[in-house]
Design a protein. Structure first.
Length: 275
């Protein structure tokens, strides 16, 4: 009987190990499959290069234009990170304020919704009038796109603290600021990191959007110049490099989340396992 239990436990552990290994390689397998399918479709249907270049042609374009791509990608990454850091600072601060006060929440939330509903592509020309052509519009656009999810998620996380818990802490003499620092912020961290992974990818969208309209450098500017010359493989090369940067930043945010709030992720895993 003990041998059967031991064999069953060993089989469960082995299955878990195989599943973990599969989860590590599965994204790469899916990407490789999509690239192979893309190549096959282009070759079989003989799609013109100026309509949809094959992945092999895009790879050749990346190799050919490597130095300009890297230089412009560095500019886009710099403007994106600056705008993203600004969004984090202001988003965290405003999120704490909005989530901690019911009056502030009801007063500012409609304004935040209205602000977020404005199409950012319509804001870029105004930013060009105010700040001129260059880096500033790209930074501000990246900030505008990534600011809202951070603010709303942090505010929601702090606002989810149970009123009963607040009352108990106040009865014990805790100051409202201490309640936010000791209870509200830890409660908001899973919400914050969820918004962080959305915001970092959206920031690239804002930077490239501004670079296509008013940039003198960056991936967006490179793609506009390439499209005006009908160098479609170079346009797709810019898309590939942007996707690679976004995935890299998303992965970094996930690693920070795992090391910072691993307790929340473990509890979610335990709940999922229980179900």
């Amino acid at each position: 009987m003990q041998d059967e239990d031991f064999a069953r436990d060993a089989a469960i552990v082995a299955a878990a190990v195989r599943r973990k290994r599969l989860m590590r390689v599965l994204p790469w397998l899916v990407i490789a499959g999509m690239v192979v399918l893309w190549e096959i479709v282009v070759r079989v249907f003989d799609i013109p290069e100026f309509v949809l270049p094959a992945p092999s042609v895009v790879a050749q374009s990346i190799s050919k234009w490597w130095n300009p791509i890297i230089m412009n990608a560095g500019q886009t990454l710099k403007t994106t990170l600056v705008g993203f850091l600004m969004a984090n600072l202001l988003g965290l601060t405003l999120g704490v304020i909005v989530g901690s006060s019911t009056l502030v929440y009801h007063g500012l939330y409609p304004l935040l919704i209205a602000f977020n509903s404005i199409p950012k592509v319509a804001v870029v020309p105004i930013l060009v009038i105010w700040f001129g052509i260059g880096t500033a519009p790209a930074i501000i656009t990246a900030f505008l796109i990534s600011f809202f999810p951070i603010t709303v998620n942090v505010a929601a996380g702090i606002a989810t603290v149970e009123p009963e818990l607040r009352d108990v802490l106040r009865a014990l003499g805790a100051h409202p600021l201490k309640i936010v620092r000791k209870v509200g912020l830890p409660r908001a961290m899973p919400y914050y990191f969820a918004s962080l992974k959305i915001a970092i990818t959206s920031s690239f969208l804002g930077s490239i959007l501004a670079e296509t309209v008013a940039g003198q450098s960056g991936i967006g500017h490179l793609m506009i110049v390439a499209s005006s010359r009908f160098e479609v493989p170079l346009v797709f090369a810019g898309l590939v490099v942007t996707a690679a940067m976004s995935v890299t930043m998303y992965t970094i945010a996930t690693l920070i989340e795992t090391r910072t709030i691993g307790w929340a992720m473990r509890s979610q895993g335990d709940m999922a396992g229980g179900v």
